[in-house]
Design a protein around this ligand. Structure first.
Ligand code: FCB
Length: 424
């Protein structure tokens, strides 16, 4: 009897993702100050102590049958003072990458995942041109230190999330509400990607360089309202398309009626993504609201699947629609994050199944998706929410730091090993 057809080709990689600040522990950076100012539910502190337990954690990747790992390098560790790079830290990251390669696991390395060294916002803020060279210098150092061990470089994680959080909603450092600053920082982040890409290509030629981009389904709060429909159209364009369009077609277009209207050609940006990383979690509903900031966003449980522990809608259909749109950019895609906060550990496999099913369908329809990284390998520090929401394939006891497999591990392992989707 012949084997049933695969849903994912042999070359497709299954992996898991983390970010330095969220797992390593013991980092002092702009986010630590943010915690001390009382802006997060808990401090990060030792997080889940991945800085000391990485060997054990990499064994967990292997035990889950995963062949790839997305991690980030913490800028504040690497360059604690402007221009002073810590060789011991770079050596540790190199040892980690060697640990992955010993286990036959490919690495995707992210350079900017929301956090900065303390000095950054004072000396070279993203609103100023000097930020671009500062990021490029850091990227060059890291690429020189880690070359030969990285399968994919990811310059920026979710630049639009960082820009909205940092410059519009004041929810992340630098904590501003400044639309002009938002637009300037957006342009400089695009230039920073280009400068970093150039530096990486010199130091580590031939390795693809992309970004991880957060995408969301977007729908009008009141579908009968022409105003809400217009707003949702603009929100969708700004959130989902402004960044990939800038780095693939070369023009940064930021528009929201009555609030923002910027168009800028970013020199050299055209064709500057070797791959586009797509992060997908949920869908939001948006509409008009009386009084600043005039916009309202909400998660709605339309299909009654139950919201996640963070109150996010489960909406795999939106993932399919976005994959169709991202496919049109004509660059290889990776799913660089997807997952849910699930304390029980009982809902993750079904969520994953639904999203992988949509992904397999999109690929059959011609979407060139080369890999999937689950967020996350481990429970970790979730930014504003602190050490609480559980995104891990492995549950972490935040007191004892013991790691325990959730039921999803065995199921995902089978999918990864066979390339076939079985119902959980
Ligand atoms: C994404 C972030 C990641 C994690 C997940 C839940 O927006 O990139 O660090 O917090 O959300």
């Amino acid at each position: 009897m012949s084997e049933p057809a695969r849903d994912f080709p042999q070359s497709f990689v299954f992996g898991a993702a983390t970010a330095a600040y969220q797992v390593e522990g013991g980092i002092e950076n702009d986010w630590t100050d943010w915690e001390r100012a009382g802006k997060t539910r808990t401090p990060c502190g030792r997080a889940v102590d991945h800085w000391n337990r990485w060997e054990e954690d990499f064994d967990l990747l292997g035990a889950a049958g995963l062949g790839a790992y997305r991690l980030s390098v913490e800028w504040a560790r690497v360059e604690p003072e402007p221009g002073r790079f810590d060789d011991a830290v770079l050596a540790r990251y190199r040892a980690m990458l060697e640990g992955l390669s010993r286990r036959g696991i490919k690495a995707m390395v992210t350079l900017h995942h929301f956090t900065h060294p303390r000095w950054f916002h004072q000396r070279t803020p993203w609103t100023g041109a000097a930020s671009v060279e500062a990021f490029a210098a850091f990227s060059r150092k890291v690429a020189e230190a880690l070359r030969g061990r990285v399968s994919w470089w990811c310059t920026l994680n979710e630049p639009m999330v960082f820009l909205l959080g940092g410059y519009v909603a004041a929810q992340m450092p630098p904590g501003l509400k400044d639309l002009d600053g938002f637009a300037k920082a957006a342009a400089n982040l695009m230039r920073a990607h280009l400068a970093a890409r150039r530096a990486i290509r010199e130091a580590d030629p031939g390795v693809p360089v992309g970004i991880a981009h957060n995408s969301l389904g977007v729908a009008p709060l009141r579908s009968v309202s022409p105003l809400d429909r217009t707003i949702s159209r603009f929100a969708h364009d700004l959130y989902n398309h402004a960044v990939p369009r800038a780095l693939i077609e070369g023009e940064l277009r930021l528009q929201m009626p009555l609030l923002l209207r910027r168009k800028e050609v970013i020199d050299g940006a055209r064709g500057s993504l070797d791959f586009l990383g797509v992060n997908y979690y949920s869908r939001i509903h948006v509409g008009a609201k009386l009084g600043a900031p005039w916009l309202e966003t909400r998660y709605v449980d339309v299909a009654r699947r139950g919201l996640t522990d963070l109150g996010w809608e489960c909406h795999p259909e939106g993932f399919g629609a976005l994959l169709e749109q991202m496919k049109a950019y004509g660059v290889p895609l990776y799913i660089t994050e997807n997952g849910l906060a699930d304390e029980s550990g009982e809902r993750r496999s079904a969520f994953l199944y639904d999203h992988l099913k949509v992904l397999a369908t999109a690929m059959r329809g011609g979407a060139d998706v080369r890999g999937y990284f689950h967020w996350s390998l481990l429970d970790n520090f979730e930014w504003l929410e602190g050490l609480g929401p559980r995104f891990g394939l492995y549950r972490v006891d935040f007191q004892t730091l013991a790691r325990t497999a959730t039921p999803t591990v065995a199921w995902l392992k089978r999918v990864a090993q066979t390339g076939r989707l079985a119902t959980p």
